[in-house]
Design a protein around this ligand. Structure first.
Ligand code: ADP
Ligand code: MG
Ligand code: MG
Length: 869
């Protein structure tokens, strides 16, 4: 087996083997772009390294040295040569890009001798020592695991002592003493000298990069992004080019389009006289890419040409790293650029217009999970107008965030766990801050540009971020923040406007986002593609309107119990529950009837002729009653029922297992008058709206939690009797449907019998999952987390449908239902209706629609389209 590939032996389709970076370098080499030559040690070699107890086997090492000899030949330099030393970078790169999560070492091959040689050869000692000190630090951190802070302390002390404000002001002499101090540090920390043999350096570096696959932040990144653990990383060994050779050299990063808003214009940053990591690490604030035209006119022109070429070649926006060595441009990386959801939408639509991609491709580019970002709130105009802007930074990632400030990632995580909305404030973020960034509402940094770690990661997470806010004076130890005259302590409120890059004092109200025309366009394409219908779960006019605005085609689930909790109704609900006789109960219900009718009328008015599925009362009655002694006393005074009687009733209604108790259709079997009231409200409301607005409504009445045909038939008879009498009274016949929820395993297994009574099914997969696994959905959160950590569950079955078990029941129910009633309408409601993976499953087994919460409707439309591509 071959474990090492030269850059001219690979291509962009070899990501699995060469990693994303390696495949990109190979592809660019193949199409003739100026890429420093090198080779890639494959991801399979990484697996082998782990199999071999973290050793590099002899044959593997042999292959590496063969390729190294080839590299010496191509570059005309010698590895370890004093006269003309070959220096390389050793770069990580997995199949899926994990920016900044793993390690890279630059300038490898330097030692005391080659550094002298390089100084002589280039007649630029400053450059040679600058490269050497960078190498010792990177090697020390990555391979020897010496803390970064210890190197930084030496460097910063020297800078201060010599009165240098910027790194570039340090002279060759200064750098030489830094090198000595670094070497002493290495000796002190590891007990041995800094390795002088370049071959050893290379082997150690490659192993360290393999190990970095398993560093904490990489593992966390994979967890957050659902990336498999077993892929491993490739290692790229590449001849160095030098951006730190003086004023005619530099380095930069650019996106071919704007990754924040998608505008078609080169977007990026560069630094003169600097090496690779300086730009991303936010050490110095870089210059905008446009200014490169002045600094390096020739290289700039060439870069414009190549960036267009790469975009056309990959048919996607590219994120490109480059270095200029003595006015010559070199490319060091290209990949599909990470971008915000808004930018994804604009770029996809623009690229279709430009004829680069087709509509299917455009629809596939937008991930359902990203849509959330687009629907994210912005600040209320009124609040924003009155707010005090205390600082301005870079608009690194759009959106609005309000919360209490914290200065460390772990404090943010702790706050978030206590339900506190938190803002992470840092000098600059590093990959170590990932967990805090994920838990924060928004991120604010003092340093770093638009391509800094904070900016890139925040955009990926769809999280509001303001970066490079130079006016911040952060006292990390004291947990304080000074901005001008304002002093803020940990826990104080701050607001961030990531779209404008502004920092605002205090807590601001947020309002929902408006969607762009491009978004409508791409969703229109998705709607053309999908065959699955998308409805919403909505219980009130506000949600129904929201759902419509987001493109819902109907209401798949209206939970009537939510209507019962409203303030003016709850006393009547309680009187109904506490009634001793049917007569009393009917009296209380008649009071509720007019409210219910109005509820339904308002829903019908909003939804027009679109289907609206209304579910009869579902939860156990005791949920409507008070539980503590105080509450019961209070209620007893309110409704003039003696305390003892009330307490006794509460006691009676108490259930050990309420979710498997007196609820669902069982309520309607034992108290038919509840179902009668609701059926009357539904039919009467439909008749009235039909008359008033001349609409053809077909109400859908859904009976919950039926497990057998007979109990469904019992409730259905009640509903039909009521409907007939209402229609007779009103002198008007209207069509209506009676269906059921399939949420008990028995219902799914006997769906053929149930379909004899039911005119439609809605799979209630929340209860179905709970009852199939026997996991209480209200109590298992913590346990499921542990099950996931142990790998027992790949995914939480309450979020993404368990295809083998619960999914099989749904599929069985589908087949059995259709066998008896071929045209039966089948849908799904519950969490799974908004989960892209479950939606794909629903499409596959041929359901008619999914129903999900209003905010998930656009994502569901998109996922349904993607299921078809
Ligand atoms: P990351 O994945 O964190 O971006 P990279 O491997 O891309 O890590 O390298 C880090 C930095 O070093 C980048 O800015 C890159 O351009 C620079 N770099 C990597 N290899 C070389 C090289 N051969 N010559 C000059 N700069 C390099
Ligand atoms: Mg890179
Ligand atoms: Mg249910």
């Amino acid at each position: 087996k071959k474990f090492v590939y030269s850059f001219n032996e690979g291509s962009k389709d070899m990501k699995e083997l060469l990693g994303g970076k390696g495949a990109g370098l190979a592809e660019m080499t193949k199409i003739g772009l100026p890429v420093p030559f090198g080779f890639t040690v494959t991801t399979q070699a990484c697996s082998r390294y782990y199999q071999d107890d973290q050793k590099l086997a002899d044959d593997l090492a042999g292959e590496i040295f063969e390729k190294l000899a080839e590299l010496e030949e191509v570059t005309g330099k010698g590895f370890g040569s004093k006269e003309n030393p070959l220096l390389v970078s050793v770069r990580s790169g997995a199949k899926i890009s994990m920016p900044g999560m793993m390690d890279t070492i630059l300038n490898l091959g330097l030692n005391d001798d080659t550094a002298e040689g390089l100084a002589r050869l280039t007649e630029n000692p400053r450059f040679a020592y600058d490269s050497y000190r960078r190498f010792i630090q990177m090697f020390g951190e990555v391979v020897m695991e010496i803390e970064k802070a210890k190197f930084d302390a030496i460097f910063d002390t020297k800078k201060e002592k010599e009165g240098c404000r910027f790194d570039v002001e340090l002279t060759a002499g200064h750098l030489k003493t830094i090198i000595d101090d670094y070497k002493a540090l290495v000796k002190k920390e590891t007990g041995s000298c800094f390795p002088q043999n370049p071959g050893d350096q290379l082997m150690e570096a490659i192993k360290a990069v393999f190990r970095s696959w398993n560093n904490k932040r990489a593992i966390l990144y994979r967890q957050l992004n659902g990336i498999a653990e077993d892929m491993g990383t490739a290692v790229n060994v590449q001849a160095m080019v030098f951006g730190n050779m003086g004023e005619t050299s530099g380095t930069g990063v650019a996106f071919t389009r704007n990754p924040a808003n998608g505008q078609t214009a080169l977007f990026g940053e560069f630094l003169v006289n600097a090496q690779g990591e300086d730009v991303v690490a936010g050490v110095r604030t870089p210059q905008p890419i446009g200014e490169m035209e002045k600094a390096f006119p020739e290289a700039y022109k060439e870069f414009l040409r190549i960036s267009k070429l790469l975009e056309n070649h990959y048919l996607d926006m590219q994120d490109i790293e480059f270095t200029i060595e003595k006015n010559r441009l070199f490319l060091l990386q290209t990949r599909n650029g990470k971008r915000t959801a808004a930018a994804t939408v604009k770029i996809a639509v623009d690229m279709v217009k430009e004829g680069l991609i087709d509509k299917d491709t455009a629809v596939m580019r937008l991930e359902p999970a990203m849509i959330d970002q687009l629907l994210h709130p912005r600040f209320d105009d009124g609040d924003l107008g009155g707010a005090e802007r205390i600082a301005k930074g870079l608009p690194a990632s759009p959106g609005a965030a309000t919360g209490r400030i914290y200065f460390t990632a772990s404090d943010v995580v702790a706050a978030a766990e206590n339900g506190i909305a938190a803002i992470l404030v840092r000098l600059e973020t590093s990959p170590e801050d990932l967990a805090g960034m994920a838990a924060a509402q928004g991120i604010l940094t003092a340093r770093g540009g638009m391509t800094s770690h904070a900016a890139v990661v925040a955009r990926g997470m769809g999280k509001c971020c303001v970066s490079g806010c130079g006016e911040l004076h952060i006292d990390e130890e004291g947990h304080r923040l000074n901005i001008g005259n304002t002093v803020l302590k940990e826990g104080d409120y701050l607001s961030l406007d990531g779209t404008a890059g502004e920092v605002l004092l205090g807590q601001l109200k947020t309002v929902p986002a408006e969607l762009s025309g491009d978004f409508e366009t791409i969703m229109g394409w998705a709607d053309e593609l999908r065959s699955l219908g998308v409805r919403a779960n909505a219980d009130n006019p506000r949600d129904a309107q929201q759902a419509l605005d987001f493109g819902a085609e109907g209401i798949g689930l209206c939970r009537t119990e939510h209507m019962f909790f409203e303030e003016e109704r709850i006393p009547a609900v309680r009187r109904m529950i506490l009634a001793d006789t049917e007569k009393e109960r009917r009296e209380a219900l008649s009071f509720l009837l007019s409210y219910q009718k109005d509820d339904f009328k308002r829903l019908y008015q909003i939804m027009g002729e679109r289907p609206v599925t209304i579910r009869l009362l579902d939860p156990p009655l005791h949920e409507f009653l008070p539980h503590t002694e105080d509450e019961i006393r209070q209620l007893s005074e309110q409704i003039y029922v003696p305390y003892e009687k009330l307490a006794k009733k509460v006691e009676e209604l108490h259930e050990f297992n309420p979710m498997m108790g007196h609820r669902g259709c069982r309520l309607a079997v034992t108290y038919p008058e509840i179902a009668e009231m609701q059926a009357e409200a539904i039919i009467a409301a439909a008749i009235e709206v039909r008359r008033e607005e001349n609409l053809n409504l077909v109400p859908e009445i859904m009976i919950p939690l039926a497990g057998m045909k007979n109990e469904l038939a019992d409730v259905k008879a009640t509903v039909e009797r009521t409907a007939q009498s209402v229609m007779a009274r009103e002198g008007e016949q209207i069509p209506y449907l009676i269906g059921t929820m399939i949420e008990l395993p028995r219902a799914a297994l006997t769906a053929d019998e149930i379909a004899e009574e039911a005119e439609f099914f809605s799979f209630g997969t929340n209860d179905l999952t709970q009852l199939t696994f026997g996991f209480s959905r209200d109590d298992t959160g913590k346990m499921i987390k542990e099950y996931k950590e142990k790998g027992i569950f790949k995914e939480d079955p309450f979020q993404s449908i368990d295809e083998d078990g619960v999914g099989w029941l749904v599929e069985t129910g589908t087949k059995k239902g259709r066998a008896v009633r071929p045209g039966i309408h089948l849908g799904i409601c519950g969490e799974h209706g908004g989960d892209p993976k479950s939606i794909e499953f629903c499409d596959r087994i041929g359901l008619n629609y999914v129903s999900c919460s209003p905010f998930r409707v656009p994502a569901a439309r998109l996922a349904a389209a993607q299921a078809r591509i």
